[in-house]
Ligand binder design. Sequence first.
Ligand SMILES: Nc1ncnc2c1ncn2[C@@H]1O[C@H](COP(=O)(O)OP(=O)(O)O)[C@@H](O)[C@H]1O
Ligand SMILES: [Mg+2]
Length: 241
Amino acid sequence: MSITVCTVSGKGGTGKSTVCSGLAMTAAAGGARVLIIDLDAGFRCLDTIFGIDDRVVFDLADALKEMDIKKALYTSKCYKNIFIIPAPSVKKAIDFNSLCSLIETAKDDYDYIFLDFPAGADFEAYSYFKDAVFLIVTGADAVSPKAAAVISGGLEPNVTARLIINRFDKDMIRAGFYRNIDDIIDTALTRLIGIVPADGELLLISQNHKIKAKGRSAKAFNRIVRRISGEDVFLPDFKKI
Ligand SMILES: Nc1ncnc2c1ncn2[C@@H]1O[C@H](COP(=O)(O)OP(=O)(O)O)[C@@H](O)[C@H]1O
Ligand SMILES: [Mg+2]
């Protein structure tokens, strides 16, 4: 049985797709079978990140039309155990009832199913995934933690929502946006599950289609994957993130 993980944010560009991809790559490097469904219709960032741009013919809309996941399932260029369903090429409403049924047919085949949402607070769409872990991705800037609070405040109370502080750079704290990590958590009003560093390697993820297994980011993603799976993993001193 798989764990469903949704990457969401109130503000655009906080790093949802990067975090989703990094978590998937780290879980896959540890041997997990991973399915990723790109819900950001029209943009299809994940095709580029996973190096499948030149192969994609069918997408989520086709899989939903035929209610067959295999119709639009592509294997990542660098990880044989990551499978991607590309987002519909044009923006139009996704039928979430059908999507849930489709996911149900796949649950036994994967350890993790990631749903990478577009930015915005689409609570109607989120409401279909009551058993999922919602990862609310925020920057450490002055604005995106406030947008994260809007998401966590709007999710149903029994849903598991956790905060990821992405592009973390201790200099942002030195610059005075926040006094410390607790300040960011207090603004986002969401329990922290992990911190991902600002890392040049992640800027290049769409070119390399993989991350170094022992790099700073992989270590951060690994801690988060283990916490999602229920392990108690300590938070390192933020100077070492
Ligand atoms: N931790 C990080 N370190 C460096 N660059 C990052 C990091 N996270 C995201 N980025 C970069 O920020 C940009 C936006 O990220 P993306 O994942 O597409 O955001 P979103 O999916 O929230 O719109 C991309 O160019 C990506 O490479
Ligand atoms: Mg995205």
